[in-house]
Design a protein around this ligand. Sequence first.
Ligand SMILES: [Zn+2]
Length: 161
Amino acid sequence: MGVVRGVSPDERAATADRLSRTLDRLSRSRESLQNNRVLVAASDYRLATSRRLLNPTGPGAVPSRDDQLRVLARGRLASGVLFAPRVAMWAGFGSGLPCAVCEEAVGPLDAEYVLRAWNATQLVAHFHCYVAWRAELDALHGVGSPSAPASAPHPSPDRED
Ligand SMILES: [Zn+2]
């Protein structure tokens, strides 16, 4: 008999069937892989958001606008552009002058703070920028925050209370 060592039609059909089921599974896994990627991306986003909420200054934190303003204000105080304003100060609508903190014009729809130094130098700032400026001044003088670092840049001599 011319028996062949080849594959019988039954075996061939079975193999084709297995192959087709394998391909089918493969395409389904590809699909779920795609779905998983989407889910992972969504989870990553949620994780990053939660992490920022839990630890706003930790690694991966995106500085908020207020933080950025604080950094700007800190640098400008250090370089002497900003000063500790005299009490005299008023607020109104923006004059269009550049803000002393962020350098953007204080537009007519913005609240503008006008601040005068003892030497009559006058600066304008957006409300939010002034808040950051003020906060940096307070931090510099160790006012306000009870958790202010002990290594403040200026160990104020007037803290004998
Ligand atoms: Zn500003």
